[in-house]
Ligand binder design. Structure first.
Ligand SMILES: Cc1cc2nc3c(=O)[nH]c(=O)nc-3n(C[C@H](O)[C@H](O)[C@H](O)COP(=O)(O)OP(=O)(O)OC[C@H]3O[C@@H](n4cnc5c(N)ncnc54)[C@H](O)[C@@H]3O)c2cc1C
Length: 504
């Protein structure tokens, strides 16, 4: 028998085939987490059937554990009863990771949100996974410290979600993404045992289990505790806005800055459509007539910053910047960042729906790739606004559509797929930070062959022998890569349409 024949496919999991007795399930869950820790009415469940992506599916129940022991009991119960289970943080994910695609139990971590320890001397904190990202930086600020990963969703998303997605943010260009800021994990593995990987020290011996779990999108187990690295707040910060009359000149400036060995703390780019959306909602002072802007932030000692600022201004002007502004005070800086971090939401004012695409290309390819994104917009007749972590070559085209128009969702998804395929063809990759989830599961074959995927399936199987943990995510069913994404989107649209009809 060949390796791929032996592999357990997701269709052949150990899940039950008999119908679920929902009343019993609710009673059993209440016995573990208390009645106040279980949601089961359809009205409530509907709030947990989606995340920030375009797919959705109802769970049988949502449970809110408060301890690792409760999580372990839930997982053991799922094994006994052959039930699927999926972890959920704040549900801000953009690749469908927390959607319970096969129903079962949704384990929501929002009540496990405590900071258990701040060890300022050793630059570490021990936190529960449901802690909101921003709350950690706020809590350690009095010690002169912060948690570097700052997704634009940081006011809502959880550290557990960040760990699962290996999240990045505008300020991860220099210091690295979540995996560079997690040194230890407590995890309930799919056998229902509580295990510990890493610790406060870096570089644990043996295989890098922490590295394996960070970015595994909730498919290898449920994280119940996280040991994070804290970083001293920078002594000084300078924020600039470089304004360009062409996207190409702006992209060239990005390459120029990095090529010169100046790595700013953040290097973000927005095109004209996005600037319009951001300015309408934030009034931060972004120039409406610019073709593109670069938001640049440098951190460090004041003298070094002056020099960096001069170098960056020189490069931007050489590449054709029409204007180079320096934020004059903290309020101006905050306004610029508020605008940038609210960019996705701002697009919601311009279009009934939007689909956020997340792909990566080598920085040198930015000009041609952005031109091609414009062509894709024309091909599908859907406006696409661009905002992205330019320093990392991490694109976020936002495809605008109207979910109420038949076929619009599929067009948006297809446009996203064209963009991702192009990123892969240009030597980039499928995701910079939003993960694979279900959204890009069937695009994995753009960059991996069946042998590569087979190894990933076997890693997953080493943990999840029964195939119950967050099914249908990340790894495609053998031989079906590239086929099913549109079908999933169609199913989602049909559901919207059916529900609309019912509502009327
Ligand atoms: C407006 C907006 C802006 C965003 N900006 C960024 C950005 O700049 N950078 C970025 O990287 N992302 C960004 N995102 C995406 C998203 O916020 C991140 O992926 C975030 O880390 C998800 O956290 P969450 O708590 O919402 O997780 P969820 O969406 O609830 O879950 C995400 C994944 O984590 C798993 N998971 C959650 N908790 C656990 C746990 N305890 N154990 C195991 N698995 C778990 C889930 O199963 C799922 O696979 C943005 C999203 C939005 C809506």
């Amino acid at each position: 028998m060949s390796v791929s024949e032996k592999e357990v496919t997701q269709a052949e999991t150990g899940a039950r085939t008999a119908p679920i007795d929902r009343e019993k399930l609710v009673r059993d869950m209440a016995a573990i987490v208390g009645t106040e820790g279980v949601l089961h009415k359809t009205y409530d469940l509907k709030l947990y059937e989606y995340d920030g992506s375009v797919d959705k599916h109802l769970p049988e129940v949502v449970v809110f554990p408060r301890t690792a022991e409760q999580v372990a009991r839930i997982v053991k119960y799922c094994n006994r009863e052959q039930l699927y289970y999926t972890a959920r943080g704040a549900g801000t994910g953009l690749s469908g990771g927390s959607i319970p695609l096969r129903g079962g139990i949704l384990v929501a971590f929002t009540r496990m949100n405590k900071i258990l320890e701040i060890d300022a001397e050793n630059l570490r904190a021990v936190v529960e996974p449901g802690l909101v990202n921003l709350h950690l930086s706020q809590a350690v600020a009095p010690y002169g410290l912060y948690f570097v990963p700052d997704p634009s969703s940081q006011k809502a998303c959880t550290i557990g979600g960040n760990v699962a997605e290996n999240s990045g943010g505008p300020h991860t260009l220099v210091y690295g993404v979540t995996t560079n800021h997690v040194t230890g994990l407590e995890v309930v593995t799919p056998d229902g045992e509580i295990r510990h990987y890493g610790g406060k020290a870096t570089d644990a011996p043996g295989y890098d289990m922490v590295g394996l779990f960070v970015g595994s999108e909730g498919t290898l187990g449920l994280v119940t505790k996280v040991i994070v690295k804290l970083t001293p707040l920078p002594p000084a910060v300078k924020t600039f806005l470089a304004i360009f009359d062409s996207v190409e000149k702006c992209s060239n400036a990005v390459s120029g800055i990095i090529r010169n060995g100046v790595i700013p703390a953040a290097l973000e780019m927005m095109d004209n459509l996005m600037i319009g959306a951001v300015e309408a909602s934030s009034h931060a002072g972004y120039p409406l007539d610019a073709a593109a802007v670069l938001l640049v932030e440098c951190e460090g000692l004041p003298d070094a910053l002056e020099q960096q600022a001069e170098t960056i201004e020189d490069i931007c002007r050489r590449e054709g910047a029409t204007e180079f502004r320096i934020a004059k005070d903290a309020a101006e800086r905050e306004a610029l960042w508020k605008g940038r971090k609210g960019a996705f939401g701002a697009v919601g004012r311009m279009s009934p729906d939007y689909y956020v695409v997340d792909g990566v290309v080598p920085r040198s390819k930015l000009p041609q790739v952005l031109a091609a994104v414009g062509d894709i917009s024309k091909k599908y007749n859907l406006p696409i606004a661009n905002v992205f972590h330019a320093g990392d070559g991490n694109l976020h085209p936002l495809v605008m559509f109207d979910g109420n128009k038949p076929g619009d969702l599929q067009k948006a998804v297809k446009a996203g797929e064209d963009i991702i395929r192009m990123c892969a063809e240009e030597g980039g990759t499928l995701s910079g930070e939003h993960g694979i989830g279900v959204e890009k599961r069937d695009m994995m074959c753009f960059i991996f062959n069946e042998d590569d995927l087979g190894i990933m399936r076997r890693v997953r199987q080493a943990f999840d022998t029964k195939g119950l943990c967050n099914p249908e995510k990340v790894i495609p069913t053998p031989g079906r890569c590239g086929e099913t994404r549109i079908a999933t989107a169609r199913k989602a649209q049909e559901t919207y349409e059916r529900e609309d009809m019912q509502a009327w």
